[in-house]
Design a protein around this ligand. Structure first.
Ligand SMILES: [Zn+2]
Length: 320
């Protein structure tokens, strides 16, 4: 089997090359599965070069600057933690070695790291209370999405969860079947983008009446509710791309004039503009009266919390 990320190789060296340990304390944490971290803190060591390399490849898929550090540590499996402004991903070297042996694929360890990266990108670790079922599924979905973009098959993206997930789940972590479904959902979204713009079937409104019955969640096309307006570009309108927000059933299109419109039962409604990038790493900005998102060169739509933490909100596809 050809694997692109040799994660287990260096991990097999164990702690032989570990640097002096440091005590890591934290305000909040999200663990990969089950266990709760000791609130007194954990001991961290210098991370493996290949763990750093794998994480860099994960981050390369987002076009964002990595805003966290990685440490090998005495955590039960892996965790995203935050202490003040300092964000970290911690992983247990013995656990990662066991994962690789059990699954027989390096993708398993990469998917666990991607899950933890997902927590940081979505800002989960800034919340008090640690892991929650909904945020775990979001991180699982992200790992499936990014592993597809790195070249993993669905089976490889699911390998770690298949081997480690709890059938029954827990108060903090959903049952294995739900987490596998979340990984599949993310992996399939990336597959649909690879096929050049096919929208995931589950996210496509079947018709206008169904669409209008679905309440619009607060995290949506940026406006929450489409603002009635007139499209400023002269007819005929050409749609050059579509913006998909997985939690929002409304279809958003970008026109050749740079308008962002919502396709409503009564026709296109202007909701915003495609604006030039205002931050490095972004191709353009999705701008409405309410929010501004960055769109990466890979087509991911990224939001940013006031404290600087990025989180994915959607993706851009070809107009269908
Ligand atoms: Zn998690």
């Amino acid at each position: 089997m050809i694997v692109r990320v040799a994660f287990g190789t260096v991990l097999s060296l164990g702690l032989a090359a570990a640097s002096p340990q440091e005590l890591i304390t934290f305000d909040g944490s999200c663990v990969y599965d089950g266990d709760v971290l000791d609130t007194e803190g954990v001991y961290g060591f210098e991370s493996d070069a290949d763990a750093e390399a794998a994480t860099k490849r994960i981050m390369d898929q987002t076009g964002l600057v990595q805003n966290f550090t990685i440490r090998a540590a005495d955590v039960p499996n892996a965790a995203a933690v935050i202490n003040g402004e300092s964000r970290m991903i911690l992983y247990n070297q013995q656990f990662m070695r066991d994962v690789r042996r059990t699954t027989n694929t390096d993708w398993a360890a990469v998917s666990i790291m991607a899950h933890e990266v997902g927590h940081h990108l979505q800002g989960h670790t800034i919340r008090a209370g640690g892991s929650r079922p909904a945020s775990e599924l979001e991180a699982d979905r992200y790992s499936g999405f990014v592993l597809h973009k790195m070249g993993a098959t669905l089976e490889q993206a699911q390998a770690a969860m298949n081997a480690l997930g709890s059938e029954a789940g827990s108060p903090t972590h959903p049952r294995k079947s739900a987490r596998l479904a979340a990984i599949t959902n993310g992996w399939q979204a990336a597959e649909d983008i690879r096929r050049n713009g096919t929208t995931p079937a589950s996210q496509t409104p079947t018709n206008a009446s169904t669409q209008s019955q679905v309440p619009t969640p607060p995290v949506s096309g940026g406006s929450g509710m489409p603002v009635p307006g007139t499209v400023t570009s002269p007819p005929p309108i050409q749609y050059v791309s579509r913006v998909v927000f997985p939690q929002d059933p409304v279809v958003y299109m970008v026109t050749n004039a740079g308008d962002i419109v919502a396709l409503t039962p009564t026709g296109p409604a202007l909701v915003g503009k495609r604006a030039p990038p205002t931050m490095p790493g972004f191709a353009w900005m999705y701008q409405t009266a309410f929010v501004t998102y960055g769109v990466t060169f890979a087509g991911e739509v990224i939001g940013q919390y006031p404290n600087g933490v990025f989180y994915p909100v959607g993706f851009v596809t070809a107009p269908s």
